[in-house]
Design a protein around this ligand. Structure first.
Ligand code: FAD
Length: 394
């Protein structure tokens, strides 16, 4: 069979891309290894930057989001037993929208498959691509219902299969640089079936390690605890988790934490990478397939949407007017923002981890950064600009 674009992966990047292609009547097929139920329930991110929400709204992809998302205008740093509010909307004019990733994915699958009539193959196996350096590429996969191999001829392949996908490996090594950074720490990522314990995101800067509190919904809250890389979640029984969260997030006048069952407990080794360039021949990577950001600045899902919209516009222009300029400039246009977010993530990681590093020099630098951000209007504006990310394609 034949289609114009094969989209590999039904995460935020692949589904955003597929929705825009479908709306522009550009033929595409989405291939996904997991089931629909699985992708609609996989808990991950929760914060969307306002520019991303507006961009989704312009494409008719934010109706439910705008109806149901929480809106945040401030965050709070807790350090040395004190609370410091940071009113980022006052500083930047931009807001954060709290909308759990599985809910966004559910909306995007529904819109693409059920409303716009797009085609997704769930549960496929052994996805592979051929001829990406020719103008007749194709993608093959094993169909879950027949067990047979299927070949789909296409004009373009969009690699949107995340950090554990296969499309990154289709980039020829001689043509590609993978820049990596390892933060040398782990984060225990937790989801508690408990209402948020603050009206905003809380960052706990503590000599025992970073702790984070982020709303997901009125019933569910995400927490993070810095831990050694490769730590075993089994080392963190619920009692230890709550005791550590109470210690690291304690501050005068802070509301006590509302505890509840911990429904997710896993260790993330904090590392980032960037694949450069993001395109080769007829293959274009988007989202985590091209660049990973540890969840330090809540950036990954936002970048995935940014890439997907740029790629969608470029593919639509190519299909409609034969205009290849968007595709030619796609990688560079994405990477400008990717590197700004990487730099921000590295800057912020040091604020989070410096005081617990055991190195008094790093601790001094971290606290100096934080004091400046909280006290200097110029520093606050710089922080808010990158945290909300409206115009950061420098
Ligand atoms: P993914 O969401 O990973 O989607 C890729 C899809 O491809 C998946 O459905 C996968 O099953 C599928 N796939 C994999 N291999 C194949 C294959 N071989 N063939 C076909 N399909 C395949 N980001 C934020 O912006 N804000 C946050 O607050 C935030 N918090 C996070 C918290 C945690 C704990 C984690 C882990 C991440 C967080 N992120 C956050 C990052 C965010 O979740 C990712 O950046 C985002 O999911 C990237 O979207 P994507 O579409 O590129 O990739």
């Amino acid at each position: 069979r034949r289609t114009r674009v094969v989209v590999v992966g039904a995460g935020p990047a692949g589904l955003t891309l597929a929705n825009v292609l479908r709306a522009a009547s550009v033929d595409c097929l989405v291939l996904e290894t997991e089931s629909r139920r699985f992708v609609e329930q996989r808990p991950r991110a929760g914060f969307l930057e306002e520019w991303a929400v507006r961009a989704l709204e312009e494409r008719g992809l934010a109706d439910r989001l705008l109806e149901h998302a929480g809106v945040h205008t401030e965050c709070e740093f807790r350090v040395a037993g004190e609370r410091h509010r940071f009113p980022y909307t006052e500083v930047s004019g931009q807001r954060h929208y709290v909308y759990p990733q599985p809910v966004l994915v559910t909306d995007l699958v529904r819109e693409y498959a059920d409303v716009r009539g797009g085609e997704i193959r769930f549960g496929v196996r052994d996805v592979d691509a051929e001829g990406i350096d020719t103008d007749r590429p194709s993608v093959t996969y094993t169909d879950p219902s027949t067990g047979g191999r299927v070949r789909v001829a296409c004009d373009f392949v969009a690699g949107c299969d995340g950090a554990r996908g296969v499309s990154q490996g289709w980039m020829p090594a001689a043509h590609t640089t993978v820049a990596r950074h390892d933060f040398g720490v782990g984060w225990l990522a937790l989801l508690a079936e408990a209402p948020p314990s603050s009206d905003c995101v809380v960052f706990g800067i503590h000599p025992r390690g970073f702790a984070g509190h982020m709303a997901r919904s009125p019933q569910v809250t995400r927490y993070y605890l810095e831990c050694p890389p490769d730590d075993d979640p089994g080392n963190w029984p619920d009692g230890r988790v709550w005791s550590e969260l109470r210690t690291r997030l304690s501050a005068d006048g802070a509301r006590p934490l509302t505890e509840g069952p911990l429904i997710e407990k896993r260790v993330l080794n904090m590392h980032n990478y960037v694949v450069e360039p993001m395109s080769y021949g007829r293959l274009h990577l988007a989202g985590d397939a091209a660049h990973l950001l540890a969840p330090i600045g809540a950036k990954g899902m936002n970048l995935a949407i940014h890439d997907a919209l740029l790629l969608a516009d470029a593919l639509v222009a190519h299909a409609g007017k034969g205009d290849g300029s968007g595709l030619a400039g796609y990688s560079e246009a994405c990477l400008r923002r990717v590197w700004q977010y990487q730099e921000f993530s590295q800057w912020l990681a040091e604020v989070y981890h410096g005081t617990s590093s055991g190195d008094p020099f790093r601790a001094g630098v971290a606290l100096a950064r934080l004091r400046r951000t909280l006290a200097s209007p110029a520093a606050a504006a710089g922080f808010a600009e990158l945290f909300l990310g409206k115009d950061t394609d420098f």
